[in-house]
Design a binder for this molecule. Sequence first.
Ligand code: AMP
Ligand code: ZN
Ligand code: FE
Ligand code: FE
Length: 276
Amino acid sequence: MSEFRADLHIHSTFSDGTLDPETLIVRAKDAGLQGLSITDHDTIAAYPEAFLYAEKAGLLLLPGAEFSSVHNEEPVHVLAYGFPINSPEIKALVDLQIDFRKERNVCILENLKKMFGFEITLEKKEIGSLGRPHIARALMERGIVSSIKEAFDKYLGEGKKAWAPGTKLTVEEVIAWIQKARGKAILAHPHLINRRKVLRELLKMPFDGIECYYANFLLHEAKRFLEIASEKKWIVSGGSDFHGDNKPYSRIGSSFIGKETFLFLYDHFQAASKTL
Ligand code: AMP
Ligand code: ZN
Ligand code: FE
Ligand code: FE
């Protein structure tokens, strides 16, 4: 048996990934993983069906999600793991976030129309969440940009003309929701936080863990956050942030965690689910 590896950061078609949960699980198996978490933005719509695919593939699937939040106007992503999938708190949090996303998407589409004359419509999604990558793809399909990156660079990125703020939930509020749901709250990709002061303040918040291994990171890039995790006795998480064709540079399993951390989270999930 090869070394146990689990990729805890993967997006599906229920948010802005381009592969559905069943395909993701087959790909995870092909990549030699033993465990994974599907962490869609602000939704857990991949669950519970994804458990059936995972069982068929002989993989362990840990419930997860990546929630949006803000701290002093800086967007911050918080990963949640190991909550019972029928948790009422997670459902309430998802509902709140989806409403913020709807409002924001309308704003962005209005900006694109008013400022640039682009009339973009989004396909309605009955379940799951829609965000800027869906708008970027629509701009690409209309021939307005030639890549998703160009759509972000020109129109949708933070501070660009069509950008609009998203969720109003603070990082502390999102952590509290996750912990009330008996999930573990993990600071996602801390290296992407732009302002040092924001990162300093985030590191004082009551997170349960921090994402140290990310996408194609080299070990020395993880080191800085591994030291912080060790000091705070935080869970060290990691994953590829795989989005399929929406982020072609990261493969499933490019970052991962080992058996001990995975089983800690998985056991926590099973215990929390029994008592709901
Ligand atoms: P949203 O959730 O609507 O705020 O969109 C955020 C998502 O857009 C991120 O999780 C990434 O998947 C994607 N994204 C952000 N910036 C870029 C970029 N410059 N190029 C491509 N995708 C991006
Ligand atoms: Zn994304
Ligand atoms: Fe993220
Ligand atoms: Fe992500």
